[in-house]
Design a protein around this ligand. Structure first.
Ligand code: F6R
Length: 615
């Protein structure tokens, strides 16, 4: 996630901005930049890489003494990590400067319109489009910056947290946000701005958090002015006194990044679906599919290669694609695939899935398939990562940076991308009727909100964790779409709590694992109403008669499983294909709370690395 820092006031801004950017490093980023200004003089410095490199680049310059500074760390979404894509961005006239967090969905349309009016672009970013759109509005309406920003934002679809500066009016900064937070720090001499409060915690503890759809004018010496972007109404902002320490703020008040990232899932999912799922129009829009329409229409087979959690998402993808698009899918551990001389046809589509985009085995599997002539369509989270660069085409998950070593939001968003791919393929192949597709799109559209309500069940999950955290082993069972979720639940528990856990297709239990069941064995069973419910109920009966401790993940209003299970967590009723998106959440919470109760290092479990770049 990008980071924003700005300062306007009597203090020297550059150290504030650079130290602030350093504090935002925890958010993850691939390039950084600063802008400083003194009267008519301005300087922009950008680097691909870390804030340390930015400091070095600045040390080689004669730096202005200034009154205003803006800084940004960029996590690439539109365009690779590159000097020209790094922020701050400057408008065509050179008058307006912008730093931006978020995604402008309709940037393509705005860009075309601006190009027709003679605007030129140096970068591939949506942010550069935004600053030029503001410039165009300012010119045509002949208004001050604040008004121009407000009018321009009313024409923008997407999410943003922005800071804008007009060099013709150096005493003012304009900030605004929608879906991407902006914190404003106040002191007697000036204003601090951050994407959270960490950058300015040393300077002030008085902070205003802008609400969504708000715009503020920051003019040192004057009272802050906050307005609603859509209806221009004046707001009275609440000044809060921050009591949190730095670490608390970086984790958004959560004790661990993993917990924060579990909570971020509804929003991560919204980002994944944004601009792609057009439920009202009954359409899925994936631009890379248009470019390669023939490849997808003619695909004989899809091979998914991945490792760990991403492999589990791949398994869900297999169920989705085979069921909706009727194209055969194979899901391979990348580490096995690369060494087993696999058969690859030129009309195969190979989908490497990777959060980091750097996993050595997945990369090697990709290269092997590419050399054999297959079309490589990647699913990655990190923009510009090695895997994303090696593919012919693909989709980003837009989960934002994942810092906890145990993958959470990456998994959910990978499943969402695979759902979009499956439904798009179904549309192309005509394997689902228009009305069926439409129904599914509406349902998918509602998942983020429902996931938000599901988070409220976490206290119940915590109670279960308290009961079973001392168990030495756990079994996870699921069928169909939820078999991979059982695998993922078991992996999460192993990773962060060091409890031995196994995931199994429920019906396989009687072929071996049933021997393990006794009163000391917690068995987590995903038993949603849609999808082999009766069969799972009989599996549960088998566990009960062997005295296993049953934890059911059930659909809302379930009664049969509740009668037999020791504990039950309800998830929203949904079509079977969407149950993984819901069933995963309680399993993540369960492993999290168990790990905490066992006093384990949740964010950095022993022996594990976030990115496995070696074999
Ligand atoms: C588990 C986990 C790992 C990764 C695996 C692949 O929580 O994080 O199993 O899923 O190392 O990593 P990526 O997706 O980066 O290729």
């Amino acid at each position: 996630m990008c980071g924003i820092v700005a300062y306007i006031g009597a203090k020297e801004p550059l150290p504030i901005v650079l130290d602030g950017l350093q504090r935002l490093e925890y958010r993850g980023y691939d390039s950084a930049g600063v802008f400083i200004s003194e009267g008519t003089k301005q300087q922009i410095t950008k680097v691909v890489g870390k804030v340390a490199a930015l400091r070095e680049a600045l040390s080689e310059k004669e730096v202005l003494t200034s009154k205003l500074g803006m800084g940004h760390t960029r996590w690439a979404t539109h365009g690779q990590p590159a000097h020209e894509n790094a922020h701050p961005h400057v408008s065509n006239s050179g008058d307006l400067i912008l730093i931006h967090n978020g995604i402008i969905e309709n940037y393509d349309i705005l860009k075309k319109e601006l190009q027709q009016r003679g605007y030129q672009f140096q970068s591939e970013t949506d942010s550069e489009v935004l600053i030029n759109w503001i410039e165009e509005v300012q010119k045509t309406e002949n208004v001050k910056l604040g008004k121009a920003v407000q009018l321009a934002l009313n024409q923008v679809i997407g999410a943003y947290g922005i800071v804008v500066y007009d060099r013709r009016n150096p005493e003012e900064l304009v900030v605004a946000c929608l879906g991407s937070p902006i914190a404003i720090g106040l002191d007697k001499e000036g204003f601090f701005v951050g994407s959270d409060a960490t950058p300015f915690l040393d300077h002030t503890r008085e902070v205003i958090y802008l609400d969504d759809n708000e715009l503020a004018l920051l003019q040192p010496g004057k009272t802050i002015q906050v307005r609603k972007i859509d209806d221009d109404s004046l707001q009275t902002p609440t000044v809060q006194q921050l009591k949190w320490n730095l670490e608390n703020i970086q984790k958004g008040g959560f004790p661990h990044f993993m917990l924060k990232e579990i909570h971020e899932q509804p929003n991560a999912l919204r980002d994944t679906l944004r601009g792609r799922l057009l439920a009202e129009e009954g359409k899925i829009q994936i631009s890379s599919f248009n470019e390669h329409h023939q490849k997808f229409a003619n695909a004989r087979r899809i091979i998914i290669v991945a490792c760990g959690t991403s492999w589990h998402a791949g398994l869900v993808g297999e169920y989705l694609i085979e069921s909706f698009a009727r194209i055969p899918v194979e899901v391979e551990y990348a580490s096995e695939f690369r060494y087993r001389n696999p058969i690859i046809y030129p009309d195969d589509i190979v989908i490497p899935i990777s959060q980091s985009g750097e996993t050595a085995d997945t990369l090697a599997a990709l290269k092997l398939a590419k050399a054999a002539g297959a079309f490589i369509y990647g699913v990655c989270n990190v923009v510009g990562s090695t895997i994303s660069r090696e593919t012919h085409s693909g989709m980003y998950t837009h989960a934002g940076p994942e810092i906890g070593v145990a993958s959470t939001k990456a998994f959910i968003t990978q499943i969402a991308v695979l759902t979009l791919i499956a439904l798009k393929l179904a549309e192309i192949k005509g394997t689902q009727s228009k009305s069926e597709l439409r129904q599914l799109l509406f349902e998918l559209d509602s998942v983020p909100d429902q996931l938000e309500s599901l988070i409220e069940q976490k206290e119940k999950v915590k109670e279960v964790a308290e009961k079973i955290h001392a168990a030495p082993n756990c079994l996870y069972l699921g069928r169909g779409y939820n078999f991979p979720v059982a695998l993922e639940g078991a992996l999460k528990l192993k990773e962060i709590s060091y409890i031995h856990a196994e995931g199994y297709p429920a019906a396989e239990m009687k072929h071996g694992p049933i021997a393990l069941i006794d009163e000391a064995m917690p068995v987590i069973v995903i038993a949603t109403r849609k999808g082999h419910y009766e069969k799972i109920v009989s599996n549960i009966q088998e566990i009960k008669s062997r005295k296993g401790v049953i934890i059911g993940i059930v659909s809302q209003g379930d009664s049969a499983v509740k009668e037999m299970a020791n504990y039950c967590i309800e998830i929203p009723e949904s079509s079977e294909c969407f149950t993984p998106l819901f069933a995963t959440l309680p399993l993540q919470f369960l492993s999290y709370y168990i790990a905490v109760l066992r006093d384990c290092n949740v964010d950095q479990p022993r022996n594990l690395a976030k990115s496995v770049t070696v074999e």
